[in-house]
Design a protein around this ligand. Structure first.
Ligand code: IMP
Ligand code: MG
Length: 182
């Protein structure tokens, strides 16, 4: 494996190592074990939210051993800034989710606006069951109440990159997670 640096510079911001790959994967396996137990015989449909959840979603799903389906949605709320705009665009035109048990797969819940918008959009389907699995959550930054059934780890209200998470589209490719140095 290619050795990665402990510090990254993006647009004059400094990000330091926060969670190593081993810790991330331990958390992912624990989440998968809980879902395997809770959703046996429920044939869940995992909705991976692009782009941030791409690595989390694929690692999680490789540890799911029950009958399931996988699909993707995209949501966009962040530009180059580190603050949530509250404006969230979600693309679900390709989905028919009537009578499905859906598990939304999110990288990180910050203000909660994105997850709330996804849930509101999905609620138009008939007899849909909706739960969420999020790798990370920043409870101190929450602005709208959202119910998250599976949370990997609660973290401080600081910006993080790596393992799919970006700052200005950079840093998604990193194997570890790095936190903004103030
Ligand atoms: P929310 O709508 O404020 O809850 O933000 C949700 C989305 O913003 C997440 O799905 C991420 O894509 C992005 N986001 C929130 N916090 C961070 C962060 O610390 N680093 C990178 N992306 C983030
Ligand atoms: Mg996201």
């Amino acid at each position: 494996m290619v050795t990665q640096q402990e510090v990254f510079h993006i647009n004059n911001k400094i990000f330091k190592l926060f969670m190593e790959e081993e810790e991330i994967l331990r958390i992912v396996v624990t989440l998968a074990q809980r879902i395997n137990k809770d959703y046996r015989d429920k044939n869940p449909l995992f909705l991976i939210v692009l782009k941030g959840s791409v690595f989390f979603g694929t690692d999680l799903l490789r540890n799911i051993i029950i009958d399931c389906d996988i699909d993707f949605i995209s949501s966009k709320s962040y530009g180059n800034s580190m603050d949530s705009s509250g404006n969230v665009l979600i693309n679900i035109d390709h989905l028919d989710l009537d009578n499905r048990n859906v598990i939304i797969v999110e990288d990180i819940i910050d203000t909660g606006y994105t997850l709330k918008a996804i849930m509101d959009t999905l609620s138009k389907f008939k007899e849909i069951g909706i739960e969420t699995v999020a790798l990370l959550s920043k409870p101190e930054k929450r602005e709208v109440e959202v119910n998250i059934k599976y949370i990997g780890k609660e973290i401080p209200p600081d910006f993080v990159i790596g393992y799919g998470l970006d700052y200005a589209e950079k840093g998604r490719n990193l194997r570890n997670i790095y936190i903004l140095e103030k």
